[in-house]
Write a new protein. Structure first.
Length: 239
């Protein structure tokens, strides 16, 4: 059980409702806790035990939310806008919750699977070296993929700056000699680009398609989001 303010509860459980909106609803007598009107948005409740209703509808408690995003180019994996918009701008109002963040990063010009959540523990496990969660990427190159890349990746490449990569896997795409799949268990800055640069090649397109056993939905268009069930998210740590 978790004790929290009623405005935080409402904004965290209702789609597209901010804390400011929740305070307004309280002032308008639209919020009930266990059948009684609550005008003070500071009131503490026990999430999962107290029955909260807003505008006549019960608001069930769901502690965490998990959102699959098919990230397009031009967005950054951050919670605050800088020179470029953050991926949170792509979350539709019906899925947005206060406190969500991207669990892991993709470069601004990299596309594909990003998990957005408010589950800090899961995000920590995803990113922790202890768990070595494997990520799969589709890569297109300036020059054809070479057979000797396989051994180089498996050994652990020395890249610019003196960083040594963990052993990684590369898989050929039979119908395209300029494309391959890369499997990594770490995520250094611009790592895949730097790995191919070390092999005198250049990445021209990069897309993450899997995190652990969780695959990007092929029907999810670029820039679109999809809410996941907890059992689906567990696939990330199932390997």
């Amino acid at each position: 059980m978790e004790i929290m303010r009623i405005d935080k509860y409402i904004s965290g459980q209702m789609n597209g409702i901010s804390r400011k909106d929740a305070k307004t609803l309280c002032r308008k007598n639209e919020v009930l806790v266990n059948g009684s009107v609550v005008k003070n948005s500071n009131k503490k409740i026990i999430a999962g035990k107290d029955i909260v209703s807003v505008c006549g509808e019960n608001v069930a408690y769901k502690k965490y939310i998990y959102i699959m995003l098919n990230k397009p180019k031009g967005f950054v994996c951050s919670t605050k806008d800088g020179k470029s918009p953050t991926v949170l701008k792509l979350v539709p109002p019906e899925l947005y919750r206060e406190g969500i963040f991207p669990a892991g990063r993709l470069d601004k010009d990299t596309e594909g699977l990003v998990l957005l959540t408010n589950d800090g523990e899961l995000a920590h496990k995803m990113l922790s070296p202890k768990y070595h969660v494997e990520k799969k990427y589709y890569v297109e190159l300036k020059f054809p993929v070479q057979e000797y890349y396989v051994a180089k990746f498996e050994k652990g490449l020395l890249i610019d700056g003196g960083d040594v990569c963990l052993p990684a896997r590369i898989e050929f795409v039979p119908e395209n000699q300029y494309a391959c799949y890369v499997y990594l268990k770490e995520g250094m800055y611009h790592q895949i680009k730097r790995m191919f640069n070390a092999l005198s090649n250049e990445v021209v397109f990069l897309k993450r398609i899997c995190i652990g056993s969780l695959a990007l939905d092929q029907n999810l268009a670029s820039g679109m989001c999809l809410e996941l069930l907890h059992k689906d998210v567990e696939k990330i740590l199932s390997d």
